[in-house]
Design a protein around this ligand. Structure first.
Ligand code: UD1
Length: 310
């Protein structure tokens, strides 16, 4: 029997992870989510889930929860998830993406709280726009926005705590995750969810730039298997892993594929590229592929599953 704390558990990746963890009947899951992006309806109906509608920026609340919770696994997914949002709200982003997480690991350290593994989700955004592709974990980073700065700083803090204070820690750098339960309702939502929503509702879609910017899109099912695998593999600690499909795809290519799958035409307009946006991104995935829990759903297959889910 394992007990999990998942911050951001009502969000896109967190709720998909919660569903996966529930498949083991011995697991219990505590979710902390302020529903700023997550949705209550994303949380499965189960007596093995305890949900706190709360912000992780309430340091006293989080410290108390950690002291009383006796969690085996701590999964830090709560975040201001949008790069563009962080450009609009740099300090609020910092409070969530860095300060709140630092409070969590500092509480674990000072209160000498025992746990089996802590996971922190960092981001491909830390690599910035250096021309070198694919992005490898040992490359120099170039964080271009507050989002990227905070993700990198927290990733380093988590790994340094692991090394300095012998705490079992692991981090990932997510590339562009897509799939069921991604909330399309904010202008800061992931691009594929906005595109899908536009197709479904016959609404216009805006490309920021020419649509030739590239991303490494990974299906959320692969991501949550990677998180669980990293938590459960004792040798995967004090380290950071790219989580991606290892393929470079332009927004225009994805739009074509979605048009084919939905038999609909995207009503596209174009605006200037977003401030702080990265032009090209894709990952070297060899480091995580050494583990047999890592799966790579091909983009066409993942998009088909996504279309079927909406
Ligand atoms: C995304 C994730 C971020 C993650 C990072 C890792 C989201 C919201 N952001 O950031 O959490 O850390 O990947 O690589 O999931 N675009 C449009 N039209 C739109 C929306 C976006 O053209 O309506 C463009 C953007 O300008 C950008 C691309 O699509 O060029 C991707 O944007 P977005 O989905 O926001 O993701 P990232 O900024 O790559």
């Amino acid at each position: 029997m394992s007990s999990y704390l998942v911050t951001g558990g009502a969000g896109f990746i967190g709720s998909n992870l919660t569903e996966l963890l529930l498949t083991d009947p011995d697991n219990t899951i505590t979710i902390v989510d302020d529903l700023s992006m997550g949705l209550r309806t994303n949380i499965p109906d189960s007596s093995r889930i305890t949900f706190y509608e709360h912000s992780i920026t309430d340091h006293a609340f989080m410290s108390q929860l950690l002291m009383e919770g006796q969690f085996d696994y701590i999964v830090l997914l709560a975040a201001v998830a949008s790069v563009a949002d962080s450009v609009e709200r740099p300090y609020a982003t910092h409070q969530v993406n860095q300060e709140a997480n630092l409070n969590i690991i500092e509480t674990l350290r000072t209160q000498k709280i025992a746990f089996k593994k802590l996971f922190f989700a960092s981001s491909a955004a830390v690599y910035g726009d250096s021309p070198e592709l694919p992005k490898k974990e040992n490359m120099a980073v170039k964080p271009l926005t507050q989002y990227a700065v905070d993700k990198f700083a927290t990733e380093r803090a988590v790994l340094n705590y692991g090394r300095l204070y012998d705490m079992p820690m692991v981090c990932t750098r997510f590339f562009n995750v897509y799939g069921p339960k991604q909330n399309p309702k904010s202008p800061y939502s992931g691009v594929l969810s906005i595109m899908m929503d536009a197709l479904e509702a016959d609404k216009p879609f805006t490309f920021f730039g020419d649509g030739e910017q590239t991303r490494d899109f990974i299906y959320v099912g692969d991501v949550v298997h990677a998180i669980r695998g990293l938590l459960e593999t004792p040798s995967a600690r004090d380290d950071v892993f790219n989580v991606a499909n290892g393929k470079q795809t332009s927004l225009n290519q994805v739009a074509k594929e979605l048009e084919k799958l939905t038999s609909k035409k995207l009503h596209a307009t174009h605006k200037a590229p977003r401030l702080g946006d990265i032009r090209d991104s894709y990952a070297e995935t060899a480091k995580l592929d050494q583990f047999d829990f890592m799966t790579h759903t091909p983009l066409a297959e993942g998009l088909a599953k996504y279309v079927a889910s909406v």
